[in-house]
Design a protein around this ligand. Structure first.
Ligand code: KG4
Ligand code: ZN
Length: 420
């Protein structure tokens, strides 16, 4: 039985390249040894959204330097004991396999070869990687990178669902020990300690209260999930068109505000004047529908029609009010359905996560509403709401309790992977 397990996690499903190392004692507590995230926002900003081919190129360019940085921070970067003999039979066989695995990622192969000859196998027990859902070309880079490392270092791989990882991000600041009967503490984020090196030591708290209703809102996904426990999910509803974050991004593009839209729209909304708000009304699509589905493209279209009626000067004046009303409309629908689901399924806990969960109004309002109903509420710290490999590592750790890892030969990408 392994006493300490170290997981190296890789995330490349969209426009963030991220590698983390998580160390876990058997049955927790766990420590995040490193979590390096490189955002491609500047690359995609001129296009107003993520361009998959550019994302693939950037992941290829950045994975090896980020791996080096991440292992270094985790104090696991070791030079080879003896120089790898490039002509040795063993290395020739390994490099042949590497060439095959990374045949579609030649840039990555070029950077990985010298890294592997210079540095030895780190003290890692498992590789975790996002294999879906996400942008297919971007996912393949991370998955092939995981395969390459696993083949050279002879390690198993735990494939991770990106949406599940957003949910599990709620446990990042805490221990992962499953709740013991009778212990029902409230979540205590203030007990998370930051040490000098800015790694986070997780105290041995337990606090999971199921069933939980989980709202995952990001640039690619909007799902309402009923969670019975780790690995036990039911999708109650999801968006029928645009994801919530995508809608924010499209509004920002429409108003020429930049990319990504969510944070900019929220910032501009804060400047809205009361008298202007009376002149802007947007719909709350599907707020009264009996299901738990969402639709955000209607909201975007309504905003577009309204914007088209305005001259340049009025648009400039009303832009903050449009942002505020848009944000409020999206949040009204999200919260109304989440609370209705929490009541219908007698949830003990409401979990919020995904990039849009960084929105202060959404965090604040859902916290208040769940507090009124005496429900537990959790939302990850903002840095764990947007894409990161720490959440991939922790999801893999949870998965080790009920799933077997796979070999590198078995691993594949599932761009439309679902959690249930
Ligand atoms: O989870 P994430 O990093 O990537 C995906 O898995 O899609 O989410 C990115 C999305 C973007 O659409 C961005 O506009 C949105 O999250 N976002 C926000 C805020 N911060 C990021 N949306 C609303 N308010 C925010 N403060
Ligand atoms: Zn995401």
């Amino acid at each position: 039985m392994i006493k300490i397990m170290r997981i190296l996690a890789i995330e490349t499903s969209c426009d963030e390249t991220s590698i983390a190392v998580l160390e876990a004692n058997k049955d927790g507590p766990f420590t995040l040894l490193s979590n390096i995230i490189l955002s491609q926002i500047k690359i995609h900003a001129p296009f107003g959204g993520v361009v998959p081919t550019l994302a693939k190129r950037e992941h290829q360019k950045n994975l090896v330097p980020i791996l080096k940085q991440s292992l270094n921070e985790a104090k696991l970067l070791k030079s080879q004991k003896s120089k790898v003999k490039s002509q040795s039979v063993n290395w020739r066989t390994k490099s042949k396999i590497l060439e095959e695995i990374l045949s579609r990622e030649p840039e990555l192969l070029k950077k990985l070869m010298p890294f592997l000859t210079k540095y030895g196998r780190p003290d890692i027990d498992l590789i975790a990687v996002t294999n879906g859902p996400g942008l297919e070309p971007a996912l393949w880079v991370g998955v092939n990178f995981a395969k390459a490392l696993a083949s050279v270092w002879d390690l198993p791989i735990m494939p991770v669902n990106h949406v599940e990882a957003h949910i599990i991000a709620n446990w990042l600041p805490y221990s992962v020990i499953p709740a013991k009967a009778g212990i029902q503490k409230a979540w205590m984020p203030d007990q998370v300690r930051h040490d000098k090196k800015d790694t986070i030591k997780f105290p041995n708290l337990l606090i999971s209260q199921f069933p939980a209703i989980s709202l995952v809102v990001s640039g690619g996904h909007t799902q309402l999930v009923l969670m019975h426990g780790f690995g036990k999910y039911e999708i109650l509803g999801e968006t029928r068109d645009d994801a919530a974050g995508e809608a924010f991004d499209k509004l920002a593009r429409m108003l020429n505000l930049g990319y990504p839209g969510g944070p900019i729209v929220a910032k501009i909304a804060a400047e809205a004047k009361k008298q202007d708000l009376k002149n802007v009304r947007l719909p709350r699509p599907m707020i009264s529908s009996k299901d738990y589905d969402f639709s955000f493209s209607g909201l975007k279209t309504a905003a577009l029609y309204f914007v088209k009626t305005l001259d340049k000067k009025t648009l400039k004046k009303l832009a903050p009010a449009i942002c505020l009303e848009f944000q409020q409309a999206a949040i009204d629908v999200l919260i109304s359905k989440t609370i209705r689901a929490a009541k219908e399924f007698s949830a003990k806990t409401v979990l919020l996560s995904g990039g849009v969960a960084a929105n202060d109004l959404l965090r604040g309002t859902l916290k208040l509403e769940t507090c009124n109903l005496k429900l537990n509420f959790s939302v990850p710290p903002k840095e764990f709401c947007t894409d990161n490999a720490a959440m991939i590592a922790l999801t893999a750790l949870c998965a080790t309790k009920h799933k077997k890892p796979v070999s590198w030969e078995e691993l594949t990408v599932e761009a439309n992977l679902r959690i249930a």
